[in-house]
Write a protein that binds this ligand. Structure first.
Ligand SMILES: O=C1CCN([C@@H]2O[C@H](COP(=O)(O)O)[C@@H](O)[C@H]2O)C(=O)N1
Length: 353
């Protein structure tokens, strides 16, 4: 048998941020595709739709009229998953109560429009327009972070991701509890920091800069890689080069560089399959609220892009079956995905049409 190598032989990789393993099966790449095909046509989106409740000046179903906003616009979700006030719950004294744990959950859900035009996405916006998004994220995170332990910024983009509205926007859910993803990352980063004296993710990106095997784009303040442990085919991780624990700690130069690299990354994403690339993306940084009172130096701010597309604008990966019952699995390796993204042109395909 020939010598083991990562591009031919199956192996499992470890995600030190979450303590999870992923199965990599590169030998499967010759497998023919004969499964479900997602609709590939892209409806032309008009810049303005008088019936779209996210557009400037439109009346939302709850009767509120949106302002004629000309940049970002934030409003409280009309159908929120979390409400700020609920009655106190009596502590349970049931038998086996540790098997039926619960806590009242409080929070605030907001919708944040990126831009007044419905036909623009981040790769098609100017650096200044993307900077306005980052400054609004910081404003919202700071404001909600006073009262809540966790502020989750997340963007669902594309109908394939269940996004109900094509207008460029994200959501912000602030909660009185730390959700599972950041809670698990908090403990693994703390453990690493207490053992090594340095933040896990800062060590990781410095190692990636030395290895040069999974880099997609970089600039003077940021790095984007397909992480060693990635599960989605073209998943990427966006990390500042400096030790930054929260987005509100970024300098104005880092914010300018962030807008620049977000544009470059999303242009490469769109160019990959010449389509408006769907994804769910979001940010994780040090917790806020009461949790801001403890030492959070083990944290490193970072963003994750989780795109579903696998090999074309119409073929997506399904995280089902073995991925639900066993663990995540991928055929395309992180290195191959990084190379495909890295080699995409820096000019958006629509700009050349
Ligand atoms: O009038 C509206 C339309 C949509 N929304 C909210 O916008 C959000 C859009 O969801 P997506 O980000 O998944 O597309 C969704 O949570 C929905 O509740 C309003 O708050 N008011």
């Amino acid at each position: 048998m020939d010598e083991f190598n990562f591009t031919e032989h199956q192996h499992v990789r470890y995600n030190p941020l979450k303590g999870e393993w992923i199965l990599v099966s590169p030998h499967r790449l010759k497998r023919p595709w004969s499964g479900q095909v997602e609709a590939t046509h892209e409806d032309e989106i008009p810049p303005f739709d008088p019936n779209n409740p996210l557009c400037p000046g439109v009346n939302r179903p709850n009767g509120e009229k949106n302002p004629e906003y000309d940049s970002t616009f934030v409003f409280d979700n009309d159908f929120p998953a979390l409400l700020p006030d609920i009655p106190e719950a009596a502590a349970s004294n049931q038998p086996n109560e540790e098997l039926f744990k619960f806590e009242p959950a409080r929070g605030t859900c907001r919708v944040m429009c990126f831009h007044p035009r419905s036909d623009l996405t981040i790769p098609l916006m100017s650096i200044e327009e993307i900077k306005a998004i980052v400054y609004e994220w910081i404003k919202q995170g700071t404001e909600l972070g006073v009262k809540y332990d966790w502020v989750q910024i997340f963007e669902n983009k594309g109908a394939i991701m269940g996004c109900s509205n094509p207008h460029p926007h994200c959501q912000i859910w602030a909660s009185s509890f730390m959700p599972n993803e950041p809670r698990i990352k908090d403990s693994y980063q703390r453990e690493y920091y207490e053992t090594h004296g340095r933040p896990l993710l800062l060590e990781y990106i410095n190692a990636e800069l030395k290895k040069q095997e999974r880099i997609v784009v970089q600039n003077s303040h940021w790095l984007v890689v397909v992480p060693w442990w990635s599960t989605w085919p073209f998943e990427t991780l966006l990390v500042p080069l400096r030790h930054v624990i929260r987005m509100c700690d970024l300098t104005s130069e880092e914010i300018h560089s962030l807008a620049e690299i977000m544009k470059r990354l999303t242009i490469k994403y769109d160019n990959l399959f010449r389509t408006s690339f769907p994804y769910s993306m979001g940010w994780h940084g040090a917790p806020t609220g009461r949790k801001a009172l403890s030492n959070n130096q083990h944290w490193q701010l970072h963003a994750m892009y989780y795109p579903p597309l696998l090999r074309s604008s119409s073929v997506k990966k399904f995280m089902v079956g073995y991925e639900m019952l066993g663990q995540a699995q991928r055929d395309l390796t992180a290195e191959q995905a990084a190379q495909k993204l890295f080699s995409q042109p820096d000019v958006h395909y629509k700009a050349t049409m």
